[in-house]
Design a protein around this ligand. Structure first.
Ligand code: COI
Length: 353
C-alpha cells in the first residue's frame, strides 16, 4: 500500500514538533497526519490494519452505524515526558473495555494486542502532535463501527476499527477552575438494562439536548440522576462524579448504567493509597448538600473540581473550591504526575513508546 510505503519518508521530512499554538489548546479537533484503519467481515477477524492519511472515510448511506447507531468509541491520552519520550496511560484498560462494549453492541472487537499495537502505531505516526510536557496531551480516539450496509435492524455485515488523534488541552472552557453543574431530573442518561455502562456513541447523542440547555444557562455540564428513583447520582455528560466528606470519598457504584471510567478506577486507587476511605455505592443527591468537595473524573476532563451544583432551583457552593478543593487538587496532581512521568509509576500504569 502506497501510504504505508510513504510513512518513513514522511517522518524524516516532518519537523520534530507540529507548528501549533501549544499555549492555547482546548478540547477541539486539530487534524493530524495519520489515522489507523482495519476492517473485519462477519467472521470476526480484523485485517492487518494500515496507517492512512487522516481524512474522510467512505461509508454506505446504509451503514449500520449511520442508521442504527452500531458504534463504540474509546478515549485515552499520550503525554510527552520532559525527556521527549511519550507515555500512554493504561491503554490495555481501553482495549479490554472495547471488547466488553463490542459484545454488548453485537460487534467483533480487535484483540487487546491488536488494539495496543494500533494505538502505538497511530501515536508514533503522529508524534509531532504530542504537546510539550505540561501543555496538554494527545487525545487518542479509537472507534469501532458497523460500517457494512444493512437495511433491517441487525448487526452490520462489516466492521471498521479506526483510530485518530488530536492534541488537546483542558476539556472545560473554565480550564482548571471549578465547574458549575446542574442536576437534570427530567432527562436521564441511561436506564437499567440499557447501554449506559458501555461507551456506545448513542449515549453521547442522548445527552446533547440537556447539555445545550444547561450551557445556555451558563452551566458547564449536566449531572444525571438514576432513572428508577430519580435520586441517586449517575454521572455527568462525559465524566464520573466523586463526593468528598471528611476523609471519605464516595462515588456511584458500577451497576450497568454508568460508564466504568478508567480515570475513575485510577483515582479510587490513588485516593486509597493516600489514606482516603473510598466507597463505591449509591450516592444520593442529598449528600451533595453536605459534601465538602465534589469533583468529576474522566480521560478528557482529568480531575475537574466542581464549584457549585444547582438542583431544583437551589444552588450549593463548595467553598473550598473557590481556590480548588484540597482533595481534588491532591488527586489531580498525583494522577497527572503519573501520566506525565513526573512521579514514579509504582502501579505500572504507563506504557513508554
Ligand atoms: C473521555 O473522557 O475520553 C470521553 O470519552 C469523554 C468524551 C465524550 C469527550
Amino acid at each position: 500500500n502506497g501510504c504505508q510505503a510513504s510513512l518513513p519518508t514522511k517522518h524524516m521530512e516532518t519537523p520534530e514538533m507540529a507548528d501549533l499554538d501549544w499555549e492555547n489548546l482546548g478540547f477541539t479537533l486539530v487534524d493530524t497526519d495519520f489515522m489507523y484503519m482495519a476492517k473485519c467481515g462477519p467472521d470476526g477477524n480484523f485485517s492487518k490494519g494500515e496507517m492512512l492519511p487522516f481524512g474522510p472515510i467512505a461509508l454506505s448511506p446504509s451503514a449500520g452505524v449511520l442508521n442504527y447507531g452500531q458504534g463504540l468509541f474509546e478515549g485515552l491520552k499520550a503525554y510527552r515526558k520532559t525527556d521527549g519520550s511519550i507515555l500512554l496511560f493504561r491503554p490495555e484498560e481501553n482495549a479490554r473495555r472495547m471488547v466488553i462494549g463490542a459484545d454488548r453492541m453485537c460487534m467483533p472487537a480487535p484483540t487487546v494486542e491488536q488494539f495496543m499495537d494500533a494505538v502505538k502505531q497511530t501515536v508514533l505516526a503522529n508524534k509531532r502532535w504530542v504537546p510539550p510536557t505540561g501543555k496538554g496531551s494527545l487525545y487518542i480516539r479509537p472507534l469501532l463501527i458497523g460500517s457494512g450496509a444493512i437495511l433491517g435492524v441487525a448487526p452490520a455485515p462489516e466492521f471498521t476499527f479506526v483510530i485518530y488523534v488530536s492534541p488537546v488541552g483542558n476539556y472545560f472552557k473554565e480550564g482548571l477552575a471549578p465547574i458549575k453543574l446542574i442536576i437534570e431530573d427530567n432527562f436521564h442518561r441511561a436506564a437499567p438494562g440499557g447501554t449506559g455502562g458501555v461507551k456506545t456513541i448513542g449515549n453521547y447523542a442522548s445527552v446533547l439536548k440537556a447539555q445545550r440547555t444547561a450551557k445556555e444557562k451558563g452551566y458547564s455540564d449536566v449531572l444525571y440522576l438514576d432513572a428508577v428513583h430519580n435520586k441517586y447520582l449517575e454521572e455527568a455528560s462525559a465524566s464520573n462524579i466523586f463526593v468528598v466528606k471528611g476523609n471519605t470519598i464516595s462515588t456511584p457504584a458500577i451497576e450497568g448504567t454508568i460508564l466504568p471510567g478508567i480515570t475513575r478506577k485510577s483515582i479510587i486507587e490513588v485516593a486509597e493509597s493516600k489514606g482516603y476511605k473510598v466507597e463505591e455505592r449509591p450516592v444520593s443527591v442529598d449528600e451533595l448538600l453536605v459534601a465538602d468537595e465534589v469533583f468529576c473524573t474522566g480521560t478528557a476532563v482529568v480531575v475537574s473540581p466542581v464549584g457549585s451544583i444547582t438542583y431544583q432551583g437551589k444552588r450549593v457552593d463548595y467553598e473550598g473550591n473557590h481556590g480548588v478543593g484540597v482533595v481534588s487538587q491532591q488527586l489531580y496532581a498525583s494522577l497527572t504526575g503519573l501520566q506525565m512521568g513526573l512521579l514514579e509509576d509504582r502501579m505500572g500504569w504507563t506504557v513508554q513508546l
